[in-house]
Design a protein around this ligand. Structure first.
Ligand SMILES: [Zn+2]
Length: 224
């Protein structure tokens, strides 16, 4: 995986391996715990890559399910959208299984520590970091609010966004618990996500896909 500081979106999605980039997806079932409450949740796990290499986006409840999506490809990184335990509890185990580094925005350190104590992640991700995988640039967009270190991953050449728990079908992610802030998430979405093309497909952390255009419409009638 290469990290560039100046994004240069790919014209097409042909990768070095000559195979086409694709997105693989599965859902996992488990729990989310915060503020002393535990809830049953279903999470989306995403793998973006070609036949040779890939990245995993988030590490929810089922290491084997994600390993199956990766198959025999080289996984060059596990990109975390934020550090809530339903997205990161299995990150160290998945990292060992795939021999891939775990990447997290350090603004979520306190949230990470709730699950993993002083066990470190491998590399920091910051706003503006660009990763290139399978001929595709993945741009990191910091979207604090659901948690201080929440990020989204935008893939311009695919016209898609991996939004974690920042933006769902129907509106912003939850902000009722510790480390969350509703005005901050609204500002993140308005200024950083609603400025993306309306047709951008949003792959969320829980539940169905949506689009930037659809969520802008919802926001007009409700919260924006
Ligand atoms: Zn979350």
């Amino acid at each position: 995986m290469t990290v560039n500081q100046s994004p240069a979106p790919a014209e097409h999605a042909d990768s070095a391996s000559g195979t086409e980039a694709r997105i693989d997806h599965t859902t996992t079932k488990g729990t989310f715990t915060l503020d002393g409450e535990t809830h049953e949740v279903e999470n989306n796990a995403w793998v973006l890559g070609d036949d040779a290499t890939c990245v995993v986006i988030d590490a929810p409840h089922d290491v084997d399910a994600v390993k199956t999506l990766v198959g025999d490809r080289e996984c060059v990184g596990i990109l975390l959208t934020h550090a809530h335990d339903d997205h990161v509890r299995f990150a160290p185990e998945l990292s060992m299984a795939l021999e891939a580094p775990v990447l997290l925005n350090p603004a979520d350190q306190e949230v990470w520590e709730l699950t993993h104590g002083d066990l470190p992640w491998d590399d920091d991700i910051e706003d503006g970091d660009v990763f290139t995988i399978a001929g595709l640039d993945i741009e990191t967009i910091a979207t604090p609010g659901h948690s201080p270190g929440s990020v989204c991953f935008y893939v311009p050449a695919r016209g898609c966004l991996f939004s974690g728990d920042t933006l769902f079908e129907g509106g912003p992610g939850a902000t009722g618990r510790s480390f969350s802030d509703r005005p901050t998430i609204e500002q993140s979405i308005r200024e950083r996500l609603f400025t993306l093309p309306e047709e951008t497909v949003v792959h969320t952390g829980h539940g169905p896909d949506t689009t930037i255009g659809a969520e802008k419409q919802t926001a007009e009638g409700d919260w924006a």
